[in-house]
Design a protein around this ligand. Structure first.
Ligand code: FES
Length: 139
């Protein structure tokens, strides 16, 4: 089970939500023709690829893939679910703590996995506004 969550030394810090989301992540797939996409490698050496589909200045679909640990699978799953339906600026301002709270916490030594997912989301948004203009972030 430790391997499913990652190599955390603090398994007792893994909530039921974290374990379930790690085992059954949602939106963990590639997206064809995304509006924005980004691939980000974290300090741990693992990578998150984030895809967003935007219509009317809203994220209507978000997906991710990762080479990372189980905590990252759970964080990516929650990040995509939280991002869908949000306006672009609102999504850009999402924080790692929002993911951690939604999972009822993650082990201290894996908080960077939530940061990696949020960074990938922000970079996917930047990928979009670089093409369509920073005004897309308004309202
Ligand atoms: Fe590298 Fe989680 S430990 S992404």
């Amino acid at each position: 089970m430790n391997q499913a969550i990652g190599n955390s030394n603090n398994m007792q810090q893994c909530s039921t939500k974290l374990i379930i989301e790690s085992m059954f992540p949602k939106n963990m797939e590639q997206m064809k023709s995304p509006s924005g996409l980004a691939t980000v490698t974290g300090p741990c050496g693992d990578t998150v690829e984030f895809f967003i589909k935007i219509e009317g200045k809203r994220i209507v679909r978000a997906c991710f893939q990762t080479s990372g640990c189980g905590v990252t699978r759970a964080c990516g799953s929650v990040a995509t679910q939280l991002a869908e339906g949000k306006g672009l600026w609102e999504a850009f301002n999402m924080e790692p703590g929002m993911i951690i709270s939604a999972l009822d916490g993650v082990p201290d030594d894996h908080e960077h996995c939530a940061t990696l997912c949020i960074t990938a989301l922000r970079c996917a948004l930047i990928d979009y506004v670089k093409i369509y203009g920073w005004g897309q972030l308004d309202g």
